[in-house]
Design a protein around this ligand. Structure first.
Ligand code: ARG
Length: 599
């Protein structure tokens, strides 16, 4: 109902201006003018919206706010466009104005959405691209549950932004550069040289083990450290043998990552840390030219404003180590400059979003500040870190296998699907249904993966999240199976002979029951929810909405008859079913979750 809210807001503002022209003129001089403070009603009994704008006027006008509200109402009621939209407004409490839309307006709004694939969500004008930097695992390391969260949350945010019409660059900032390769290549030269010049000589599991050994040697053995550092320098200097070895190692990991992306239906463009290698030196030069660079103990750094360590001294972002090497922060600075920079050496972005664990918050705050001070952001440029909490086991500790190892993503997804299959087979038996194997596999895969994604997305991402197969696969509660089941229920109405298109014609829709109105109002919130997710980057808002919509729908469907109703109620109710299914399908789609017709 965003468009209705906008209309109402301007009607209210105009009424306020007519009622208090002097205050309006003063407010316009001081800023944007009088603000009706329109918000959705806090309780359904207050109507659809409330306007609180009379309260802040009490002081400047030296009048009780109720009197101010009365004067505004007087003017509002004289506006025919307003009376066509709303019922008689009410003043409540100290001076709130409660507004209830006319039922026929709500019905028209529902009808408009039946013919609208965007379900009332306006398409943004094509502007500058938005970069979403997400997933971003590290080569030669296993992708872990933190990367899974980043992948699922980042994909959903990208989908919402794309749906709103923004060109989105989905970037996989893989860790494919730096010291770890020096260690790995040095170690492999000694223990498994074939891995450095033959494709597929080792698989990712071996690579991870080799990496672990290399890291251990690096930490213990000084000679190994020196050789590893030399190896990094060779690689960064473009030595062909090192580059070939590096390429093979990256390919190996890449293939493994891709399997996870394919299973989860994730699209990503890889642009790893190595991409920015050619730009690192000029980043440091730029910072120097901007007068930000300080040499401290041989290292080149930028001292942060307003961020100090325990000793009270400002903290630095180190951009070049004393040995000349660059680090993670330098690469991120180069990436920011590139992403906001203009083509051909840049993406021309206006908004850049990073989805990582909350542990990297200080890193991003630091590089964001440096980039701003260096003047790399366009005037309206936005840099946003989207942090998320840790994934924990049901015991509240870090998620581990029973043997105490880190959980491999492949195993985790397999288990979700297997459990979904077991649940499904049990349910089929209880219901005395028989289904063929391909149905069972399709439903189990869809439900299992949906459960994993939804459990992650439906949490407030900032808090730590407890991973529980039992909870995420439950048919009741705020879970993927519950939402998928609502869609299945509506598909079932069609199978029982309900023509879901019955209300989509030109005949006006008629609603009378409170359950119908509750569903109408819930359905019409969709556009506002999408706008909120686009702004605040919190997919859990969309989840909560879809869950509430399913609950309101289930109440409606349990308490009001649809198929056995008389016309015109029957068609109008079928229209509500159809719009509910469309909203759930679109909403789940934006979470990266496909729906089912039967389950
Ligand atoms: N590779 C990093 C990690 O595994 C995440 C990279 C996030 N993106 C970035 N531009 N720093 O923690």
């Amino acid at each position: 109902m965003l468009r209705i809210a906008e209309t109402l807001e301007s009607q209210l503002r105009a009424a306020m201006e007519r009622a208090f022209p002097d205050a309006a003129a003063a407010a316009r001089q001081a800023g944007p003018g009088l603000d009706p403070q329109l918000a959705p009603a806090s309780k359904p009994e207050f109507g659809d919206f409330q306007a609180n704008g009379a309260l802040p006027l009490a002081k400047p006008l030296a009048q009780p706010p109720r009197k101010i509200a009365e004067a505004v109402l007087e003017q509002l009621k004289a506006d025919p466009a307003f009376t066509e939209l709303c019922q008689e407004p009410q003043i409540a409490g100290p001076g709130f104005i409660n507004l209830t839309l006319r039922p026929e307006r709500l019905a028209t709004e529902v009808q408009a959405r039946l013919g609208d694939q965007r379900l009332g969500v306006p398409a943004a004008e094509q502007g500058a691209p938005v970069v979403v930097d997400f997933s971003s695992p590290n080569i030669a390391k296993e992708m872990h549950v933190g990367h899974l969260r980043s992948t699922i949350i980042g994909d959903s945010l990208a989908r919402v932004l794309e749906f709103r019409g923004h060109p989105v660059l989905r970037l996989n900032h893989v860790g494919d550069w730096g010291t770890q390769f020096g260690m790995l290549i040095t170690h492999l030269k000694q223990v498994a040289p074939e891995a450095l010049n033959t494709a597929d000589a080792v698989d990712l599991g071996d690579l991870v083990a080799f990496y672990r050994q290399a890291k251990q040697r690096f930490d213990e053995d000084e000679a190994f450290q020196t050789t590893s550092r030399e190896e990094v320098v060779k690689l960064q200097g473009g030595d062909p043998v090192s580059l070939q070895a590096w390429g093979l190692l990256c390919d190996q990991s890449r293939r493994e990552f891709q399997k996870i992306y394919d299973r989860l239906d994730i699209r990503l463009s890889e642009r790893g840390e190595s991409f920015y290698n050619p730009y690192l030196e000029s980043v440091v030069a730029d910072l120097d030219a901007a007068g930000l660079l300080v040499v401290d103990d041989g290292a080149r750094c930028v001292f942060l404003e307003g961020v100090s360590g325990k000793d009270g001294k400002p903290l630095p972002v180190i951009v070049q180590k004393s040995d000349g090497g660059f680090n993670y922060a330098t690469t991120d600075l180069a990436a920011i400059r590139y992403r906001f920079g203009s083509a051909p050496e840049g993406d021309g972005a206006r908004r850049v979003i990073y989805v990582t664990d909350a542990g990297q918050a200080n890193h991003f705050a630091g590089v964001f500040q440096v980039a701003r001070r260096a003047g790399w952001l366009p005037e309206d440029g936005r840099l946003e870190h989207v942090p998320f909490g840790l994934v924990q086991g049901e015991d509240g500790k870090k998620l581990k296998t029973r043997a105490g190892d880190t959980v491999r993503l492949r195993d985790l997804l397999d288990e979700a699907v297997e459990r979904a299959e077991t649940d499904l087979r049990r349910r089929l038996e209880e219901e005395g249904r028989s289904e063929d194997e391909s149905f069972i596999q399709h439903v189990a895969t869809t439900v299992g993966l949906a459960a994993v994604k939804y459990a992650d997305l439906s949490q407030n991402r900032i808090t730590n999240y407890q991973f529980s197969f039992d909870r995420m696969l439950a048919l009741q509660g705020n879970t993927a199976p519950y939402l998928l089941y609502a869609v299945v229920r509506i598909a079932g109405i069609a199978r029982k002979g309900g023509d879901l298109e019955a209300g989509a014609g030109s005949e006006p829709l008629h609603f009378a029951e409170p359950q119908e109105w509750a569903l109408v109002r819930e359905l019409l919130k969709f556009d506002a929810v999408i706008a909120e997710v686009e702004e605040e980057l919190l997919p859990n808002r969309l989840c909560t909405y879809l869950f509430e919509l399913s609950q309101v729908f289930n109440r409606f469907y349990d308490q009001v008859s649809v198929l056995k109703a008389e016309e015109p109620a029957r068609s109008s109710r079928l229209a509500l079913c159809r719009l509910t299914a469309d909203t759930l399908k679109l909403g789940l789609g934006l979470l990266g979750i496909p729906t089912l017709e039967r389950m």
